[in-house]
Design a protein around this ligand. Structure first.
Ligand code: FMN
Ligand code: SF4
Length: 494
């Protein structure tokens, strides 16, 4: 990877993982030896080893499902079902296609023309922020540099999200194709697939596909791709934290600007792009801009690839034109609620997202409509919640996760998640006080305003969304010390 100078740093995570696997821990004595071998400072090796829970014996790996959510909501494990709603992307899954038609088209036009196509499509990133793809591409291309990088963000840390896994399993060639097109557009010489720590089982198939792409001449010494296996931590899905972790540093977010497209991996222009975005790029080059623009509304064009879990009758992934009503998505494609129960809410946007109550689900699936509803679309994971769900306990689960995943670097996020977690625990265990409700809101608002990165700014979203839509449930827990849903301890549950 990169230059000789960066070799040791970039190997650090994988070497720590090997020690962890062999010894079940990373003993203090191993730190000095590893630092010597990789020509790194001992402090750096120690900082990295102690940052990731995966290297600390006795602690659960990050990215797990919080306890109460695991109890109340089924997760998709094992094989992923592709639901009948397939679009042009999901319909390729499982067909082992290696046509690379989009890449061939990219070779027939100039890099500027590729960027122009992506610009005309209005493609917005599918990783969560919905940022216009062409803006990043143009920035990276125009930055003066001797080297540029492409990183496929396959960290997929959102609770209840497994669309990226479905694409990597079903049609990884489209993802590699998107990377090769992006590389040609910006002049990148190297690409990485930053793979979620829990997706280690995908490595052999992804590496085999990279080998096939080399044999087809898509990947060459001028632009090749390798897998970078992450070490957990939800926040490492954030693009600058991701870059830090690839550089063998603690996976904490960096200040922005400079944005990665200006100065990213090893200080070089780097476009970090989600798995689904790259598959969309391949589709746009393959089929043209018009079909992409024909689906969707306003500034949300093309298709949305969504996953369904929780109490959904049909657990799996689906692809729908942007603008499709969420009600149709959840009730028709997701089959409504399992067991004939009533729908209570749809949780969207992962742990930084919010809730859309059943009465409001007739909104179009677009970035804009979900944002206006206070529950961002995020990367597209939908958790269906039935009438038995206690929204206080569910909120507590998400905030437990956010507390655990805060990198702890800045005070508003570290102390804010800690205080919210403590108050929600008190409320769920019958020690709630009336003043707690105002305090929750005040801490959440302070975090949103003062946290250093997008994680801390968005971490209280889910709490604010629950307080807005389900104030009665919070009041019942606090004032009557009761949980009508019967889930949490106040209702006689666990
Ligand atoms: C806390 C946090 C976690 C994130 N996790 C992911 C992730 O798992 N996958 C992803 O693609 N983007 C994730 N993002 C968004 C990335 O920072 C970045 O915007 C994205 O990878 C850019 O790709 P896109 O333009 O294709 O969406 C996360 C952002 C934050 C703030
Ligand atoms: S907001 Fe949270 S995750 Fe971001 S830097 Fe601060 S402590 Fe770390």
């Amino acid at each position: 990877m990169a230059t000789q100078q960066h070799q040791g740093a970039s190997e650090l995570l994988q070497r720590l993982r090997k020690i962890q696997e062999e010894l079940g821990k990373v003993p203090g004595g191993a730190i000095a030896g590893l630092a010597r071998e990789l020509k790194l400072d001992e402090e750096q090796v120690y900082a990295v080893a102690s940052y990731y829970p995966v290297f600390s014996p006795g602690q659960a790996a990050s990215g797990r499902v919080p306890r109460a959510l695991a109890l109340s909501l089924a997760q998709s494990a094992g094989e992923i079902a592709i639901l009948p709603a397939k679009g042009r992307i999901l319909e390729r899954c499982g067909r082992k296609l290696k046509d690379y038609e989009g890449y061939k088209k990219a070779l027939s036009i100039t890099p500027e023309e590729i960027i122009d196509l992506v610009k005309r499509s209005g493609l917005r990133g599918r990783g969560g922020a919905g940022f216009p793809a062409a803006v990043k591409w143009e920035t990276a291309r125009n930055a003066l540099a001797d080297q540029r990088y492409v990183v496929c963000n396959a960290a997929e840390g959102d609770i209840g999200a497994f669309m990226d896994r479905a694409l990597l399993e079903g049609d990884v060639h489209s993802v590699i194709e998107g990377m090769a097109i992006l590389a040609r557009a910006i002049g990148a010489s190297r690409g990485y697939i930053y793979l979620r720590a829990e997706y280690g089982g995908l490595i052999p198939a992804v590496e085999a596909a990279l080998g096939e792409a080399r044999a087809l001449g898509v990947l060459t010494p001028e632009f090749d791709v390798e897998v970078f296996f992450a070490a957990g931590m939800y926040v490492c899905g954030e693009e600058t934290a991701l870059i830090n972790s690839m550089e063998g540093r603690t996976g904490r977010p960096r200040n922005k600007p400079p944005f990665p497209a200006e100065s990213g991996l090893w200080g070089k222009p780097t476009v970090v792009s989600n798995v689904k975005t790259l598959a969309q790029v391949a589709l746009i080059l393959r089929e043209g801009v018009e079909p992409f623009l024909a689906a969707g509304t306003g500034r949300s064009r093309g298709s949305a690839i969504l996953s369904f879990t929780g109490h959904a009758a049909n657990v799996g992934v689906a692809e729908v034109p942007m603008g499709t009503s969420l009600a149709d998505v959840v009730l028709k494609i997701g089959g409504g609620v399992a067991g004939g129960k009533k729908l209570k809410a749809v949780q969207t946007g992962g742990p930084l997202g919010g809730f859309i109550p059943a009465k409001d689900i007739d909104i179009p699936v677009t970035f804009e409509d979900f944002a206006a509803a206070g529950s961002p679309l995020g990367s597209g994971g939908l958790i269906v919640m039935d009438e038995t769900t206690c929204m206080v306990a569910a909120t507590r689960s998400f905030m437990d996760f956010n507390r655990e995943e805060s990198c702890g670097w800045c005070a508003p996020c570290r102390l804010g998640t800690e205080e919210i977690q403590a108050i929600l625990r008190d409320i769920c265990e019958g020690r709630g006080r009336a003043a707690h409700l105002g305090r929750l809101r005040a801490v959440a608002e302070a975090m949103a305003a003062a946290s250093f990165c997008a994680f801390g700014q968005a971490a209280p979203n889910i709490l604010l969304s629950a307080l807005r839509h389900y104030p009665g449930e919070f009041e019942e827990h606090v004032l009557a010390k009761k949980c009508s849903c019967g889930f949490c301890r106040l209702g006689g549950g666990k």
